[in-house]
Design a protein around this ligand. Structure first.
Ligand code: FAD
Length: 307
């Protein structure tokens, strides 16, 4: 119940101003955000690589309304590619991109976002890695999947994200599984209306399993992005039953959430990728993490009260 309330409150400018202005928020944000700069984040990437964990790096930022900010977002990713190159990690360090940060919501935004994304994916290919397009709210899904399809015609390893809470997603899974794509399956983190998305958590979980079965049975590379232990066990079972080798799928989890599980799955021989968000524009990302687990809100409020 509280999750949708937090997501609705996160749209208020007053909430945003309060939380981003108070320095007391920072230590709590630091649980989910790896650093403010590339320089501060690279040691985290190296440490994870040493521990057998792969990463997907997200330069925080979304919902850009000024074309100059979209250019800045693209440039931030190009600087990230320059910084990652010398580490020689190849696709063990990929990137996650939100097209709304590249101007998708602006007039002509589809083409603008495609242009910026193309430059970033091309640079990523140059250092042997790739990009996954994060999925945002349902109004952007058609445009994001069309950009994904256009990018794949030149860069076939570009990844897509599908959200099990959307009614459309089983069809999208069939489509992308057939096309042999890299597909990250998530439950979905936005507040969506009942006309397009399951509202009941148990329904979202059941839809996730149905989608996972479609992806695992298909020709794609499934990226199982969840912290849900029941679904992780089901995925392991499907991997065994479909005979997928270590290079045929991967698990993904978010930085700061169930870290012991990251290590456990990697130690069992699964490819495990941690989504590492970094930067200063953390508000939207942080609020979604609070909404996913209302207990985080209690932890956050207590930490404010005790400072
Ligand atoms: P849940 O049932 O929500 O959680 C299972 C268990 O995990 C909980 O009981 C709890 O122990 C733990 N947990 C989950 N969330 C938290 C949290 N915030 N804090 C502490 N513990 C928690 N969503 C999108 O809409 N678009 C994307 O592009 C996208 N990319 C993602 C990439 C990755 C790698 C991951 C892991 C998630 C991504 N998400 C994305 C978020 C996703 O949609 C879910 O909101 C999020 O993963 C929580 O769902 P869950 O599958 O972990 O299951």
């Amino acid at each position: 119940m509280l999750g949708p309330v937090i997501l609705a409150a996160s749209r208020s400018d007053r909430t945003r101003r309060f939380l981003t202005a108070t320095p007391m928020t920072r230590p709590v944000v630091g649980r989910f955000v790896a650093g403010e700069t590339v320089g501060a984040t690279l040691p985290v990437v190296k440490d994870m690589a040493d521990r057998g964990l792969d990463v997907s790096l997200d330069v925080l930022g979304e919902g850009v309304t000024d074309p100059a900010d979209a250019v800045r977002a693209r440039d931030a990713y190009l600087r990230l590619v320059d910084a990652l190159g010398p580490l020689g990690l190849g696709d063990r360090a990929e990137m996650s991109v939100k097209l709304s940060a590249f101007g998708q919501a602006l007039p002509g935004g589809h083409d603008l976002a495609l242009r910026h994304a193309t430059e970033v994916v091309e640079a990523a290919e140059g250092i042997g890695t790739t990009v996954t397009l994060d999925m945002e709210d349902h109004t952007t899904a058609d445009s994001t999947l069309a950009v994904h399809s256009e990018l794949r015609s030149r860069f076939p390893r570009t990844g897509a994200v599908l959200q099990s809470y959307l009614f459309r997603t089983e069809d999208d899974c069939r489509e992308l599984a057939r096309a042999g794509s890299r597909v990250r399956l998530v439950k979905g983190a936005y507040k969506e209306p009942a006309s397009v998305a399951h509202q009941d958590k148990a329904e979202v979980d059941r839809a996730y399993v149905r989608c996972l079965k479609i992806l695992m049975a298909g020709d794609c590379y499934p990226m199982v992005a969840t912290h849900d232990p029941r679904i992780v066990a089901i995925a392991q079972d499907l991997v065994r039953r479909t005979g997928r080798g270590r290079d045929g799928y991967e698990f993904q989890m978010l930085y700061g959430i169930r870290s012991a599980e990251h290590a456990r799955l990697a130690a069992q021989g699964h490819r495990m990728r941690v989504y590492l968000a970094f930067g200063t524009d953390w508000y939207g990302y942080f609020m979604r993490r609070l909404a996913e687990r209302p207990a985080n809100l209690g932890f956050f409020l207590r930490s404010l009260a005790t400072r």
